[in-house]
Design a protein around this ligand. Structure first.
Ligand code: SAH
Length: 224
């Protein structure tokens, strides 16, 4: 009985340590540039595994995973549309639809992933119909990342953003800043208490000026 108890205690402590490491890595991702994040994961691949396990646990607590909403949305549109999934994680989108999906992440959780920093993806200009950021707008260089999405999108193409609701200081300011980057708001679904789903159309190139309203709060998790 005693060894059973000490095994249980040990498992609980390991769980706590993993939780602490997850929160620490998560905080680093939200407070550094995408280049620094790339360096972090390159130097410590284990960090990526811990991050993803913690991320999946967090999203598992929500009543709905936004990636499923995006999959449903894409299924209603033609399968001929080319999609780019920025910060694809385990490639749920690519494995759920017939479309050609370019999957980008810092470390490959799946063989479908092209490893790169999302601020610089290996795609030609105006080559994709839909760009997706599902809980993936993490770096502090948000503007650079969204300008990259603008570059690869065809004129009139769609940008889908799903983000944690509490990250937005003011949704109107955010949407106005997106307009400066050449993205017009088409629809906003603010009905979930956990995440917002925003759809934009590419109307043109970025204005090339700083868009300070683009700021999002980091999403920090509490110890449980
Ligand atoms: N979109 C997936 C995963 C979201 S987790 C889903 O909804 O299930 C956020 C993902 O963004 C992580 O996999 C993380 O590695 C990735 N990411 C964060 N910064 C990145 C960067 N600079 N370049 C590429 N991927 C990045």
């Amino acid at each position: 009985a005693r060894s059973g108890r000490s095994a249980a205690l040990r498992a609980r402590m390991e769980e706590r340590l993993l939780g602490a490491r997850f929160r620490y890595i998560n905080q680093q991702l939200y407070t550094s540039s995408s280049r620094e994040a790339a360096r972090l994961f390159q130097s410590d691949p284990e960090a990526f595994e811990i991050y993803h396990r913690g991320f999946a646990q967090q999203v598992g607590r929500w009543p709905e995973n936004p990636v499923h909403r995006i999959i449903r949305y894409l299924r209603r549109r033609p399968a001929s549309l080319v999609v780019a999934d920025f910060g694809c994680g385990d490639c749920k989108i690519a494995s759920s639809i017939k479309n050609k999906v370019h999957c980008f992440d810092l470390v490959p959780l799946s063989p479908l992933v092209t490893v790169c920093d999302m601020a610089k993806v290996p795609l030609a200009a105006e080559s994709v119909d839909v760009a997706v950021f599902c809980l993936a707008l993490m770096g502090t260089n948000l503007q650079e990342i969204l300008e990259e999405a603008n570059r690869v999108l065809k004129p009139g193409g769609t940008l889908m953003v799903a983000e944690v609701a509490s990250r937005f200081e003011d949704i109107r300011t955010f949407v106005n800043a997106m307009a400066q980057l050449g993205f017009k708001s088409v629809s906003k679904d603010l009905s979930s208490a956990f995440f917002y789903l925003l759809e934009f159309t590419k109307t043109g190139s970025p204005r090339g000026r700083p868009a300070p309203g683009l700021r999002l709060r980091p999403c920090l998790y509490k110890r449980r």
